[in-house]
Design a protein around this ligand. Structure first.
Ligand SMILES: [Fe+2]
Ligand SMILES: [Fe+2]
Length: 148
């Protein structure tokens, strides 16, 4: 299905831990979508959905923090812009789950949010903020040790 192809298309930023994390994130996201698709015709919540959602959110939280630690270490000038994007999206992910709990959104809506809101943002974010961060870190490393 084209959705899975889209999930795999993620720009490489050239910094190992970021690229590894992004790849892992896409795997976890694909699992969430697969679980949601498995229940497309039913109304019952598929088994494992909560676990998959929690895994994806926790991975995102840890990944965002890793990027923030390195941005701080090199005094990345647009640190707050990059971090704000992380914070907003993390909040959005948590809200998805709360909305599901509250019955405000259904499984189809949730899938739509992930594929049509979160995923495009993730791809854009990798291509812009993460890319810029990786380039800056590389430049700083090439310039020698920075002041603490
Ligand atoms: Fe990232
Ligand atoms: Fe980021």
């Amino acid at each position: 299905m084209s959705e899975h192809a889209r999930i795999e298309e993620l720009p490489q930023v050239g910094m190992a831990f970021m690229d590894d994390d992004h790849e892992e994130a896409m795997g976890l996201l694909a699992r969430v979508v697969e679980t949601l698709e498995a229940s497309r015709d039913g109304h019952a919540e598929p088994e494992g959905l909560r676990r998959d959602l929690r895994n994806f959110i926790e991975h995102s939280r840890a990944h965002f923090r890793r990027e923030e630690v390195i941005m701080k270490a090199v005094h990345f000038p647009p640190f707050h812009i990059h971090k704000n994007e992380h914070d907003q999206r993390l909040e959005e992910l948590v809200t998805y789950v709360d909305d599901l709990d509250a019955g405000v959104i259904g499984l189809e809506d949730l899938k739509d949010q992930f594929l049509n809101e979160f995923l495009p943002w993730y791809q854009r974010h990798c291509d812009t903020m993460d890319q810029a961060t990786a380039r800056y870190v590389e430049k700083q490393a090439a310039a020698g040790p920075t002041k603490a």
